[in-house]
Ligand binder design. Structure first.
Ligand code: PGA
Length: 253
C-alpha cells in the first residue's frame, strides 16, 4: 500500500529557494524502504524550476496548487492544465484558502475537478467543515455535499484520478489539529461515501489523506489510522530537514 506524503508550499519561496529545496530534498531522501509517494505543490510560477530540481528522484513528484477549468483562452493571470510541466501529475482543488480568499465556489470547484480528472491528472479534492465543534452527522452532510458537488457532471470511468484530502477548515494553519479518532471516522465516512458513487468504479482505490496542522510530532498518529492513506502538510513541510524527517516517520508505517 502506498503512503502519500504531500507538501503544499502555498505562496512561499523564490525561484532560487525552490530549486534548492527540490535539489536538497532529492539528495536527502536517498532510498526509501516503503512505497511512499512524495508530492510537492509549489506555487505555479515555481513548477518548472522544481521539476528540473527533482528530475533525478524516484520518489518525489509534482503537483499544482490551482488550475483554471478551461484549457486556454482570455483568462488573464490564470494557469491551464496545458501549461503545466510534464512532471506535474497532481492538482489541488477545493483548498479552503481558495474557497475563502479567491471565490472558488462549489460550481467552480466542480468545473476544475472535472477538467483535472478528465485531463488525465490526479485531482486532490480538499473537503472539510468550517465549524470547529459540529456533530458527526453535520460534518458528514458537509463533506458528502462537497464531494457530490465537485464530481457532478463527471463522466464515468475516472475514479483512479481522484483522491480526497480531509482538511477541516479550522485545523488548517491553526496549530489545532483534528484528533486522530475524528480523522479516522471522517476518512472512513469518505471511503464509504465515494464507494457508492457511480463514476468511482474501484472504490477501494480512492485514497484519503488528512491535512490541518500536521507536524513531525503528530504525523505518526495519523499514518497509523486504518482509514487514512497519508497526509498533506503546509507549514511543517517548508524546511527540507523537517520534511525529510516526516518522510522517515512514514517509513515506519
Ligand atoms: P498546515 O496546512 O499544515 O499549515 O495546516 C495544510 C494545508 O493547507 O493543506
Amino acid at each position: 500500500m502506498t503512503i502519500y506524503i504531500y507538501s503544499n508550499w502555498k505562496m512561499n519561496f523564490t525561484q532560487d529557494e525552490a530549486h534548492q529545496f527540490g535539489y536538497r530534498l532529492t539528495e536527502a531522501i536517498g532510498h526509501l524502504s516503503k512505497q511512499i509517494e512524495v508530492i510537492l505543490f509549489p506555487g505555479n510560477a515555481l513548477l518548472t524550476t522544481v521539476s528540473k530540481a527533482i528530475r533525478n528522484s524516484a520518489y518525489i513528484g509534482l503537483g499544482a496548487q490551482n488550475v483554471h477549468w478551461e484549457c486556454g483562452g482570455s483568462f488573464t493571470g490564470e494557469t491551464s492544465l496545458r501549461m503545466l510541466p510534464d512532471l506535474c501529475t497532481h492538482v489541488l482543488v477545493g483548498h479552503s484558502e481558495r474557497r475563502e480568499h479567491f471565490g472558488d465556489t462549489e460550481a467552480i470547484i466542480n468545473r476544475k475537478t472535472v477538467r483535472i480528472i478528465e485531463g488525465g491528472l490526479k485531482a486532490v479534492l480538499c473537503v472539510g467543515e468550517s465549524d470547529p465543534s459540529p456533530s458527526d452527522e453535520s460534518v458528514e452532510d458537509v463533506i458528502g455535499a462537497q464531494i457530490s458537488s465537485a464530481l457532478g457532471n463527471l463522466k464515468s470511468g475516472f475514479g483512479q484520478n481522484l483522491m480526497i484530502a480531509y482538511e477541516p477548515v479550522w485545523a488548517v494553519g491553526s496549530n489545532l489539529p483534528a484528533t486522530p479518532e475524528m480523522v479516522n471516522s471522517r476518512a472512513k465516512f469518505i471511503k464509504g461515501f465515494t464507494k457508492q458513487l457511480d463514476y468511482v468504479e474501484n472504490s477501494e482505490s480512492v485514497p484519503v489523506i488528512y491535512g490541518g496542522s500536521v507536524t513531525l510530532e503528530n504525523v505518526g498518529a495519523y499514518l497509523e489510522l486504518e482509514s487514512v492513506d497519508g497526509v498533506l502538510l503546509g507549514g511543517a513541510s517548508l524546511s527540507v530537514e523537517s520534511f525529510k524527517q516526516v518522510i522517515r516517520v512514514a517509513e515506519d508505517y
